[in-house]
Design a protein around this ligand. Structure first.
Ligand code: NCD
Length: 321
C-alpha cells in the first residue's frame, strides 16, 4: 500500500502509486452516484470545514455534496460575508474555524501556497481546492479518473492543453499528474500564455501557438477557460482568441477519432469552445462533474478516517435513517 496522505496540497509530491490508490478508492463512490439512495453513514459525526476565500461554484458544491453524502456536517466560511472583509488575517480566520473542531479543512485561496501555509499551522488535514495559479489537485484527480475510465489507462497518453496555461492551476496539476504516467503534452495558446517551466522540469512538453498542429493525433484535449481575473497582462481581443484558439468540430477532427474533450468549467460557450463540441459525443464535461464527487468523497474518507483506507468497501455502507 502506498504511503498514506496526511494532506492534499498539490499533485507534485505524489507518486503514481498514490494517485492510482486514490482513483481506485473513488470507484465505489462512483457507484453510489448511480444509486437511488446516495447517503452514507461513513463520516457521520464528522465535520468538514469549507473555507473558500475565492469564488467557486462547482468545486464548492462538489465538496459540500461529497461531505453530505458521506454523512458529515459542513462548516461554511463565505469570505465575501465574513470577517475576512473586516481585515482578519488568514491564520486567525482558519484558527477560528479550527477551534470549532472540524476533522478537515477544504480551502481555496487566491494566493499560491496559502493552503500549504495553513497546513503548517493546523493539526487537521488540509485539502487544496485551488490556490492562485499554483495547483488544483482534486481537479487533476477527477480528470485522471475520467480519462482512465474512458481510455482504460493513464499510461503514455498524448494530451493537448488549450488556452491560458500560464495562469492555470488546472493545467499545472494535470501536467504534474499525467507526466508521472509517461504522458506527453502539447500546450497551445497565445505565446504569452505558454510557460517554459514544464520543459525545464524534464516533462515531455511541446509548446505551439498553432492549434491545428497542437491537436494532431491527440488522445485527449483539455480546454481551459480564458481567465480574465487571473491575467496580469492585457488579453488579446476576444474575437481574435475565438478565431485562433476556439475548439471547433473541424479542428477537433485533427485529433484521434474518439479523442476526449475535457473542460474544468466554468465553460464559456462560443469563446474557448464551440457549443457543438461542448455537447458532442466526445465531451466528458458532465462526467467530470460526477467523477468530482466520487474523488472528493474518497479523499474526505481517506483523510478523515485513519486506517480506513485499507478496505474501501467499509466506506460505502448506506445510512439507515
Ligand atoms: C477552475 C478553477 O477555479 O481553477 N474551475 C474549477 O475549479 N472547476 C478553472 C477555472 O476557473 O477556469
Amino acid at each position: 500500500m502506498p504511503e498514506r496522505l496526511r494532506h492534499l496540497l498539490s499533485i507534485e509530491p505524489l507518486t503514481a502509486a498514490q494517485i492510482n490508490f486514490v482513483l481506485d478508492e473513488a470507484k465505489p463512490f462512483q457507484e453510489i452516484q448511480r444509486h437511488p439512495l446516495k447517503k452514507l453513514a461513513t463520516l457521520r459525526g464528522k465535520g468538514v470545514a469549507l473555507a473558500f476565500f475565492e469564488n467557486s461554484t462547482r468545486t464548492r458544491i462538489s465538496f459540500a455534496t461529497a461531505a453530505s453524502r458521506l454523512g458529515a456536517d459542513t462548516l461554511n466560511l463565505q469570505a465575501e460575508s465574513s470577517s475576512v472583509k473586516k481585515g482578519e488575517s488568514l491564520l486567525d480566520t482558519v484558527r477560528t474555524l479550527d477551534a470549532m473542531k472540524p476533522d478537515c479543512i477544504v480551502m481555496r485561496h487566491a494566493s499560491s501556497g496559502a493552503c500549504e501555509f495553513v497546513a503548517r499551522h493546523l493539526d487537521i488535514p488540509v485539502i487544496n481546492a485551488g490556490d492562485g495559479c499554483h495547483e488544483h489537485p482534486t481537479q487533476a484527480l477527477l480528470d485522471a479518473l475520467t480519462i482512465r475510465d474512458r481510455l482504460g489507462s493513464l499510461e503514455n497518453i498524448r494530451l493537448t492543453i488549450l488556452g491560458d496555461i500560464l495562469h492555470s492551476r488546472v493545467a499545472r496539476s494535470n501536467l504534474q499528474l499525467l507526466s508521472k504516467f509517461g504522458c506527453c503534452f502539447t500546450l497551445c495558446g497565445p505565446a504569452m500564455w505558454l510557460p517554459r517551466e514544464f520543459e525545464q522540469m524534464g516533462m515531455r512538453v511541446k509548446l505551439t501557438p498553432r492549434i491545428d498542429e497542437a491537436l494532431e493525433g491527440a488522445d485527449a484535449v483539455i480546454v481551459l477557460r480564458v481567465q480574465e481575473e487571473r491575467m496580469h497582462e492585457p488579453s488579446l481581443p476576444l474575437a481574435e482568441y475565438v478565431l485562433r484558439y476556439q475548439l471547433t468540430p473541424e479542428r477537433l477532427r485533427r485529433a484521434k477519432p474518439n479523442a476526449l474533450v475535457l473542460h474544468p468549467g466554468p465553460m464559456i460557450r462560443g469563446l474557448e469552445i464551440d457549443p457543438v463540441v461542448a455537447d458532442g459525443p466526445q465531451s466528458c464535461v458532465l462526467d467530470q462533474v460526477t467523477n468530482g464527487l466520487a474523488v472528493r468523497m474518497a479523499l474526505l474518507f481517506m483523510l478523515t478516517s485513519p486506517g480506513a483506507d485499507s478496505d474501501s468497501s467499509r466506506g460505502t455502507k448506506y445510512v439507515a435513517d
